[in-house]
Design a protein around this ligand. Sequence first.
Ligand code: SF4
Ligand code: FES
Length: 339
Amino acid sequence: MSEEVKKFKITIDGQEVEVLPGTSILEAARQIGGQSVPPAMCYYKPLETSGGRCRTCLVEVSKGSDADPRPMPKLVASCRTNVMDGMEVKNVTSEKTQEARKGVTEFLLINHPLDCPICDQAGECHLQDLSYEHGLETTRTEFTRRTFEPEDIGPYIKLNMNRCILCARCVLVANQLTEEREHGILFRGDHAEISTYLNKALENDFIGNVIDVCPVGALTDRTSRFASRVWFTKPVNATCSCDKCSGKAVLWMKGDEIIRVTARKDQYDEVEEWICNDCRFHKKDLKLWNVEGPRHIDRHSVISLNHYEKPKEYFRQIDNPDAKEISESDENQKGDKII
Ligand code: SF4
Ligand code: FES
């Protein structure tokens, strides 16, 4: 008979949750949901060893555990720190965390161009969301930015290195999903860049998934670039018969035209099932798909504005009296929504 594993109790912004030992603080926060979930620019649950690179998920641990209640001396990356029994964590209720997140956002934006008006990722870009919430209005630095020419890495993918935040998710996709990885992070520090080895083309059957995991507009789909702003398209769930992947995808429609095909993602924008290049790049004809119905988009960015379903709000109330930043009206405006 298997022994029942004792769960750990953890409190995040005054809300208690019980999780299995080995769960990260970020995953525990996701079990609570709402505003207490730290943003994550590099962590990506379906990809092993992701996280620990961007520091957007920093939180304050005000009590280490019941056994050792001392606070942790520094903010910790919640995606890479596991819970302890009795741990108390502050995210939105910590001034230190909010200040640090501002600093991290400023650094992530330091070389990033302000080209949202011409970027295909605009509307579903995590850095855009992060800068709305934590960014400065003006820059404090004047030095010449690091710039690269946009590059076609294969027939389907455009790399715009200026926008890359070096989260390494695309490298992990290539490592974990494709047979042979043909790109990676070259050089170090300020010189680090995503590049293919000897300008090889990325053509592996599942390499298109790098576009879905990229949190910014550094990797975009050449078959749908500049075809439409994302908020003018209607996402629908559709399936097709495919012998390489599950054939479950989201079609982004404009009228009867399929503008692009992506994998289905959950409320944290993480892919539920990877799709192959055939489904993503070559099936732009509606006859090849069985349309199931409108797709719920669980994000709060502009992508959710194109309502064609009645909004439902299902926010978990935060019962922590210290959570001054959160009022009910704020939650209605900022929290996760289903369209
Ligand atoms: S190209 Fe995108 S996914 Fe790859 S490291 Fe840069 S930001 Fe991350
Ligand atoms: S999401 Fe935790 S360090 Fe990037």
